[in-house]
Write a protein that binds this ligand. Structure first.
Ligand code: DX5
Ligand code: ZN
Length: 217
């Protein structure tokens, strides 16, 4: 199956964000992946709603907002207002995950759960039915440009089985260290959305790299 491609703006040139977004608008990518970090849930701090509002002004594709923040339920409506189309929250950051997923849907967004590399897929047994997407981290979150964790293939397989049983519509997304070498095996294993930061933005021709990722079968 042809994957959806979601370039991560974390690796874009923040001084030329409009230029990079316009490149993505022209490219074959499907979503824009937007990483929000609070310096607590992950060691790094990225950006928040004010910057996302500007991204939204220029983007002509859905914004896939990945919240790496503690207690993300506090900010569901703020990210809706900022322009998020898809909002994903970490299992590890939510005490009342069921409530947060419903709040995301009530706000009019698609929603889903993110799992850190150390969190097993079985944790999703009672929430996957409320997910439009599940995002599997294939690196420990916080930074772009890290090495892909091989165990992700096993987790994609397990998640495929869980989704087949409980929510066949749910998309499987993978984030971290995705490149042109591991993309084919990820897609073959069942990944449907590929996030790519450095692979896209550090390449000589980002639009061409996106096209190559998109051509993965
Ligand atoms: C990492 C972020 C990723 C990151 C991916 O914590 O969630 O979205 O930008 O970057 P690459 O593809 O370079 O690993
Ligand atoms: Zn991300």
């Amino acid at each position: 199956m042809t994957p959806l491609i979601a370039p991560s703006l974390l690796s874009a040139d923040f001084g030329n964000l409009q230029r990079d977004i316009e490149m993505l608008n022209q490219s074959e990518c499907d979503w824009l992946h937007v990483d929000v970090m609070d310096g607590l849930f992950v060691p790094n701090i990225s950006f928040g709603q004010p910057v996302i509002k500007h991204i939204k002004k220029h983007a002509r594709k859905p914004l896939d907002v990945h919240l790496m923040i503690n207690d993300p339920g506090r900010y569901v409506n703020d990210f809706k207002e900022a322009g998020a189309d898809i909002l994903t929250v970490h299992y590890e950051a939510c005490i009342h995950l069921d409530r947060v997923l419903h709040a995301i849907h009530d706000a009019g967004m698609k929603g889903g759960v993110v799992l850190n590399p150390s969190s097993p897929v079985c944790l999703l047994e009672d929430v996957v039915q409320f997910c439009d997407v599940v995002l599997l981290m294939s690196v420990n979150p916080g930074f772009g440009g890290q090495k892909f964790i091989e165990n992700t293939y096993n987790k994609v397989r397990q998640l495929r089985d869980l989704c087949n049983r409980k929510n066949p519509q749910c998309l499987i997304e993978v984030d971290g260290g995705v490149n042109l070498e591991n993309a084919p095996k990820l897609v073959e294993t069942g990944a449907q959305v590929l996030v790519a930061g450095n692979t896209v933005f550090k390449s000589v021709n980002p639009a061409e790299t996106i096209a190559k990722l998109k051509a993965t079968v």
